[in-house]
Design a protein. Structure first.
Length: 542
């Protein structure tokens, strides 16, 4: 990862599965061959009508380039024309010679609709095909018109034939299901009278382009008035066949995309709210594609405060690595090379060199997310400035080191006993006074008492009982037997500390005796308090 960067018993998973099944069946119900490809034109969806038309089962073509399964050899100019239209966000429609699994060819009317991401990049193509071989056979014109009419009447899209002035001469029956009109009540009307006023000039301009160039397939998305007065979003593709003697009209294929448009608007609104939220957080949030040379897809504006570089600067992978401290860079790069699974979380802390030369400590946490379609993987994560915390940790480390050194010089040990948990803590010098190496084992009250001279253990019990029950200070002398058998006299002083766990008034909770112990002559030195009871003990060689 770059530095800036099962459904069992799962009701949500079941719901998603049911929804996916429903959508799949809905697409299978479409009477035309519907195929979806990814940006490399590999098949990612193939409905039942496509299986019947081309002879390939879905499982036989999934993941394969569409040109290997359906297309006969197309002129280079045609291929470039199609891809140019799709890259520009335009729908392409036209006749293509295609082939079946058995090797036979036929002529199909193909409509290809591009799908772009929020950045405008082509990510998928949705293709609808229908066999028009019969329409292209020589024969009686009326017979050809009958075939066309039969095809149009059974199409799921709206098929409209227009004069050059926009007058409707034919409307397929699907207009009743989609827009509420009977086909005959729209005949002789001008199609532009139904277009939303805010979209009218744009649609008329597209229509004029189609009239001017018969080879141009125009497309537009706009609002069209439903019979009930509401507006529906239509996506239309038009072909100028006015000079074609078999048609003599401007042919428009339209589909209702209202739900898609509403979903896109809801998504845009949700993304806007999310973006507003993340850009007000004190953390930097980011998304980047794993394994891409230009992987940063989004970087929130807070990155500029953290590093001095703008989000646009951080799109450059080289800059992102250069701002990482050289001593931390290799460790992070080795982490990026690991094989990671979806859902895996990566967390690291490292230094960043701010643009002004300052060193900033950051904590980076990210999770691996995989796209359902295409399988691309991304990091979604955040970065926090932890410089103050790191400075505080370093100051505490130095303070504790200084305290340990002072206790070593003065031969002053400290210990704590939590009356609630029974936990006992010794300072490093306490271990040494008892004849052990620091942190050689975890001390307990039982072991503490066992170190007492057998004649002084009753004294320890009495003193600790008074201290815990009466909050009385500890100040007494006793003997201990060191690990090597040596007997030392210890001067022990301490106090009980009550820890408040609530701002409300309540009975005091059990305290923790804190004490120190040392050789007898020098005055007692108090260690900075920890939560609980602390005692200071002086020791004098027996």
């Amino acid at each position: 990862m770059s530095p800036l960067g099962s459904n069992q018993n799962n009701p949500l998973g079941d719901a998603v599965h049911i929804d996916t099944q429903f959508k799949s069946r809905l697409l299978d119900a479409v009477g035309q061959a519907l195929i979806a490809t990814d940006r490399q034109r590999r098949v990612i969806y193939w409905n039942q009508a496509a299986e019947k038309l081309y002879g390939w089962l879905a499982e036989e073509v999934m993941g394969f380039p569409i040109v290997e399964t359906t297309r006969s050899v197309e002129p280079t100019e045609r291929t470039e024309e199609i891809m140019s239209a799709l890259e520009d966000g335009r729908i392409w429609a036209g006749e293509c010679v295609v082939r079946r699994k058995d090797g036979t060819s036929f002529t199909a009317m193909v409509t290809e609709t591009p799908v772009h991401d929020e950045e405008g990049a082509l990510v998928a193509v949705v293709e609808i095909s229908m066999d028009i071989t019969e329409l292209n056979k020589p024969g009686d014109l009326s017979r050809s018109e009958e075939r066309f009419r039969a095809l149009a009447q059974n199409a799921s899209d709206i098929v409209t034939l227009l004069e050059a002035d926009g007058i409707i001469r034919y409307q397929s029956p699907s207009v009743k299901r989609i827009l509420g009109y009977q086909p005959e009540e729209m005949l002789g009307k001008n199609a532009f009278d139904y277009v939303h006023p805010e979209d009218l000039s744009r649609v008329q301009s597209k229509f004029a382009e189609g009239l001017a160039d018969a080879d141009l397939r125009i497309s537009a998305e706009y609002r069209f008035r439903h019979k009930d007065g509401s507006w529906r979003y239509l996506e239309s593709v038009g072909s100028n066949l006015l000079d074609n003697p078999k048609v003599g009209k401007f042919v428009v294929n339209s589909r209702d995309v209202s739900e898609r448009v509403r979903a896109e608007k809801r998504l845009q609104q949700a993304e806007g709210r999310y973006r507003s939220l993340v850009e007000r957080m004190p953390a930097v949030t980011y998304i980047q594609e794993i394994g891409s040379s230009d992987s940063a897809m989004y970087m929130s504006p807070q990155i500029e405060t953290l590093t001095g570089y703008s989000p646009e600067d951080c799109m450059d992978k080289g800059i992102r690595w250069r701002m990482v401290h050289p001593d931390d860079r290799k460790r992070l790069q080795s982490g990026e090379e690991r094989a990671l699974e979806p859902g895996e979380v990566f967390a690291s802390e490292y230094r960043v060199i701010h643009r002004d030369g300052q060193i900033v400590w950051v904590r980076n946490e990210a999770v691996v997310v995989e796209e359902e379609v295409g399988g691309s993987r991304y990091w979604q994560g955040f970065m926090l400035d932890i410089t103050e915390r790191k400075h505080a940790e370093e100051a505490l480390r130095r303070s504790e080191a200084n305290l340990a050194e002072a206790q070593r010089i003065a031969r002053l040990g400290s210990w704590e006993w939590d009356l609630k948990t029974g936990e006992v803590w010794w300072s490093e010098e306490t271990y040494r006074l008892y004849g052990f190496e620091p942190h050689e084992f975890s001390p307990t009250l039982y072991y503490e008492a066992k170190m007492f001279h057998s004649e002084d253990r009753d004294l320890l019990r009495a003193v600790l009982a008074d201290a815990s029950n009466k909050d009385e200070p500890i100040d007494f002398e006793h003997r201990i037997v060191r690990a090597d058998g040596e007997v030392l006299w210890i001067h022990r002083r301490g106090e009980v500390v009550r820890v408040e766990r609530s701002s409300r008034r309540a009975p005091a909770l059990p305290g923790i005796p804190r004490s120190s112990h040392r050789l007898a002559q020098p005055p007692a030195v108090r260690r900075s308090p920890r939560a609980g009871t602390q005692a200071h003990t002086q020791a004098e060689e027996a």
